[in-house]
Design a protein around this ligand. Structure first.
Ligand SMILES: Cc1cc2nc3c(=O)[nH]c(=O)nc-3n(C[C@H](O)[C@H](O)[C@H](O)COP(=O)(O)OP(=O)(O)OC[C@H]3O[C@@H](n4cnc5c(N)ncnc54)[C@H](O)[C@@H]3O)c2cc1C
Length: 467
């Protein structure tokens, strides 16, 4: 890849060692390789020239001043679990890894907030507040992801119907701008009408505007027991038809997921478990968290009545906590199960909830026409549909040739229904070409102007979102 960036010299390495310490600046080939990719399928790895591992914001501020002055590309990286190539250092340069900034700084019970460094994992955040009777509700399928990465992609996940996505659960940030200045946005409060909302601008900005060093997270009280209902349907269309009525009920579920039998069969094989009731075409999985069993029973009775009206064959509530957990775990293994089964492409279109059915029918028709099997499931409660074109009964070379056209057609269907090409994984460089195609010109230009205002030299995560 040709580069407008300046080569890193021995003098620069010396300066980096001065900022971070010898042991936190690596140029070792094997280590650079480990930081050359994320979880995006089919991505070409790109090694950084140097990896640095800061443990405080002041060193990051000094470092960004240096990188900006010398026009060296900088790529921020959390756990590297992203699915769009967001943390891949396309132009080499310096990769900044947050593995040492993994401290939970404060649990402030009075204000129901937690203050954490950017490299703390989601799993550690969730566990850290349990004893205090508190809860951080964003729950994604990969709990080793860091909060810096999660914020930068505005990650969604399985509790979004009730609690919203990352953007609804972050109150403030500390971040270092490309010129080395440190900003603090938001605070330990829910409302703020004081100028532009930079917290929200940085959420979902995929490491292209500033480096997030700290976050103030909104906590909620610990919810009641999680319960799950599984409703099997003979037809996917019927399952999708039932969703709006379920979401119209007074109680808000944490998640409403839809899935076809094919994906559950893959999970059975992958996890070597037996999933009950696996002889039907499609399934709805509804999860709630309620204090009282009576509330749960009342709610599930109403859900069952709706599902049966749409020709569900049953509505099953696994009896034991273990059986419930097994079902929820199975849902969390979809990505791994598909990955083991076939080379795959990850599509995460979002459409208005009311358009899910039409979107799914049209996407499946398009893939059938192109003779590429399509696995479809999704967070039906928030309109986020995951689609995986699989390489089955087709030569791999032909599959690879056809995929860009199929993906592009699926994005066209999604956007024509009022949707967007990514609901939670971000653009990275995986979807950059489609983002450029689909963006309305004034909106796209406004985004580019924002990038220019934050990062006039274009050193921060170059090649992501825009060229
Ligand atoms: C099995 C599996 C399941 C998944 N399930 C879900 C799911 O349910 N919902 C969902 O939304 N996503 C999901 N993902 C995608 C992924 O976990 C998320 O995108 C996550 O937010 C990435 O976090 P990370 O720490 O690995 O970030 P990385 O992959 O390291 O980076 C992601 C982006 O954030 C930027 N970044 C990282 N840290 C910082 C920082 N401190 N400052 C500025 N920018 C930064 C990077 O430059 C990059 O653009 C899943 C992935 C896998 C592999």
């Amino acid at each position: 890849m040709s580069s407008k960036f300046v080569k890193i010299t021995d003098q620069t390495i010396k300066e980096l060692v001065d900022i971070f310490g010898r042991e936190n600046v690596s140029t070792q080939k094997n280590e650079l390789e480990a930081y050359s990719h994320d979880e995006m399928p089919f991505a070409t790895p790109h090694n950084p020239q140097i990896v640095v591992k800061p443990d405080n914001v002041k060193s990051i501020a000094r470092f960004m001043c240096l990188a900006n002055k010398k026009k060296i590309p900088v790529t921020p990286r959390g756990a590297g679990t992203g699915l769009s190539g967001g943390c891949v250092p396309l132009f080499g340069g310096i990769l900044i890894s947050f593995e040492r900034m993994n401290k939970i700084l404060e649990i402030d019970k009075k204000n129901s907030v937690e203050v954490v460094e950017a490299g703390v994992t989601l799993s550690d955040i969730c566990n850290s507040v349990v004893e205090q009777g508190l809860y951080y509700p964003v729950h994604i399928g990969e709990m080793t992801s860091t909060i810096g990465g999660i914020i930068s992609t505005n990650a969604g996940g399985m509790n979004a119907v009730k609690y919203g996505v990352t953007r609804h659960n972050v109150l403030g940030l500390e971040a270092v701008m490309p010129n080395g200045e440190t900003i603090k946005t938001g605070g330990r409060f829910a409302k703020c009408s004081t100028g532009y909302d930079i917290t929200q601008l940085l959420i979902g900005s995929e490491g292209t505007l500033a480096i997030i060093t700290k976050a103030i997270l909104k906590l909620t009280t610990k919810p009641g027991k999680k319960n799950v209902l599984l409703a099997p349907f003979m037809q996917l269309e019927n399952a999708l038809d039932a969703i709006p009525e379920i979401l119209d009920l007074e109680m808000i579920p944490t998640g409403v997921e839809f899935m076809e039998r094919s994906i559950l069969e893959l999970v059975e094989k992958y996890q070597k478990i037996k999933i009950p009731y696996l002889q039907h075409q499609a399934y709805l999985m509804i999860t709630i968290e309620e204090e009282s069993d009576d509330q749960t029973c009342d709610y599930f009775a109403k859900v069952e009545e709706i599902c049966r009206r749409y020709e569900a064959v049953d509505a099953v509530i696994p009896g034991s906590g273990k059986a419930q957990r097994k079902l929820i775990d199975a849902r969390e293994q979809f990505y791994h199960a598909i990955k083991q089964h076939s080379p795959m492409v990850v599509i995460d279109v979002v459409v208005p909830r009311s358009a899910i059915k039409e979107f799914v029918i049209r996407a499946k028709a398009k893939s059938a026409e192109m003779q590429i099997p399509l696995i479809v499931y999704g967070h039906a409660g928030d309109g986020n549909v995951h689609l995986h074109p699989c390489c089955e009964n087709i030569a791999r070379s032909e599959w690879i040739r056809k995929i860009p056209h199929l993906v592009s057609e699926i994005y066209k269907i999604g956007t024509s229904l009022g949707g967007a090409i990514s609901g939670e994984h971000g653009i990275g460089y995986d979807k950059k070409v489609y983002f450029q195609n689909e963006a309305e010109t004034p909106l796209y230009n406004a985004m580019k102007a924002i990038k220019k205002a934050f990062d006039p030299n274009g050193i921060l995560n170059p090649g992501k979102l825009f060229d």
